[in-house]
Design a protein around this ligand. Structure first.
Ligand code: UDP
Length: 413
């Protein structure tokens, strides 16, 4: 067994690793390709970076392709993303034309590989038309939607559905996100890698050094939200909650740490608004981090007393999982995948408003034992449900069911 999988066995349990090998054995040697639209920034890239090598380790020939777009393409796909999350967006014809054109260009570059693969996983709307551009494909194609598509804006979904309906299956993170589609839909929540730079244990010295680098006082209470500067993450609501708390806990500090994904054109504008709203308060630290700042984020999450993820829409919220794994109580928006992770009063608190968030923050600061108690439950909840080993197991199960599903007898042992 490889040392990497042995190491996962130590965190998740050896039986978990044995099950992975059992499931992958009948699939050995099959070719899998994942396709998305960015190699860095955001949850999808974060997951693929870990899942792809692990699939390789259990004997499946797995690769990861990234489609290249232009500015108009990303404006269009951002509009689609917002539309799937329920915003009434109007996507101009020129953007739709760029969307289709970029997919045609990428199909030219990847067609041979994609058509030869046994499984192709297409992530999110950006590369969705690729299936229609690979007429001689021989494998199974699965559309993996990472977005909170519970109440999509109809015209956007109607357009996208034309591409999605022809897939052999789709995957959504939550049952509420599933759609009317003429193929099987699998519900697979995402996961974190406990051994990645983002999540491994850090020593106190490293955490202290990161706090010193950003001028954060280690002796004072600290709230942290890590996320792209995106309206759905509600960074302005977080600042509002912090300001309400500040009246009662004057020593409180806030870190809003984010970066930009290369496929998100709105980030700069949101960042400017965040900077305007926090101007003049030295206890608000708005940190614009490079995409590979995994250890820095790890340290900030570990240094936090409470982690916020006050999203108003959230596909899953890996930042929530990351914080819970570090034993932190999370105050999260009552939406999407946060509901799957934050069990109210148990692994954290779910809130709908800045006032609600402020109330829970004050409660925790006045009941310090609860911070620890909830944090411990949060960590165990992640160990049981949201580690990458569980995620890989579900991908393997899906592949088995697509591959062998038509047979009378399926031997998994
Ligand atoms: N992230 C990061 N740098 C940032 C902001 C976020 O590395 O500046 C990471 C974060 O730690 C998490 C992922 O990007 O692993 C974000 O995933 P999530 O599901 O929370 O949100 P998404 O960006 O996919 O909407």
């Amino acid at each position: 067994m490889t040392s990497q999988l042995e190491a996962y066995g130590r965190v998740a349990g050896q039986d978990v690793i044995d099950h992975l090998f059992q499931l992958s054995r009948p699939l050995t040697g099959l070719k899998v390709i994942h396709v998305n639209s960015t190699r860095v920034g955001g949850g999808v890239a974060e997951i693929l970076e870990k899942l792809v090598p692990l699939m390789q380790e259990v004997g499946i020939e797995t690769s990861w392709e990234v489609i290249e777009g232009n500015e108009t393409f990303y404006q269009c796909t951002k509009g689609m993303h917002n539309g799937l999350q329920g915003n009434h967006v109007r996507i101009p014809e020129a953007q739709i034309a760029a969307y289709e054109e970029v997919n045609r260009t990428n199909a030219e570059l990847m067609r041979e590989k994609l058509e030869a693969a046994d499984y192709v996983f297409i992530h999110d709307p950006q590369p969705a038309p690729l299936l229609s551009l690979c007429p001689n494909r021989r494998g199974e194609w699965v559309w993996r939607c990472h977005i909170d598509a519970s109440h999509p804006y109809r015209p956007v979904w109607k357009y996208l559905r034309r591409f999605v309906r022809d897939y052999d299956a789709s995957i959504f993170s939550l049952a509420e996100f599933a759609q009317m589609l003429p193929h099987p839909q699998y519900i697979i929540p995402p996961s974190i890698d406990p051994l990645s730079e983002k999540n491994i244990d850090l020593d106190d010295g490293e955490i202290a050094a990161v706090l010193a680098e950003f001028d954060i006082d280690p002796e004072r209470p600290l709230l942290v939200q890590v996320s792209r500067f995106d309206r759905f993450k509600d960074p302005l609501g977080v600042i509002q909650a912090y300001k309400l708390v500040k009246k009662f806990v004057p020593a409180v500090q806030l870190v809003l740490a984010g970066g930009s994904a290369t496929d998100d054109p709105e980030g700069e504008q949101v960042l400017r608004e965040v900077q305007d709203n926090s101007a003049g308060d030295p206890d608000i630290h708005v940190l614009l981090l490079p995409p590979d700042a995994h250890r820095t984020i790890n340290a900030l999450q570990r240094a936090a007393h409470i982690v916020l993820q006050k999203s108003v829409k959230e596909g899953f919220g890996l930042t929530v999982t990351e914080a819970m794994w570090k034993g932190k109580p999370v105050i999260g928006g009552d939406t999407g995948g946060i509901r799957l992770q934050v069990i109210n009063f148990n692994t954290g608190f779910r809130v709908n408003t800045p006032e609600g968030a402020a109330l829970r923050i004050r409660y925790l600061f006045h009941n310090r034992k609860k911070i620890e108690e909830i944090g411990l439950k949060a960590r165990e909840f992640v160990r049981d449900n949201f580690l990458i080993t569980r995620h890989l197991r579900e991908y393997l199960t899906l592949m088995s069911s697509l591959h062998f599903g038509g047979r009378d007898r399926i031997e998994l042992g």
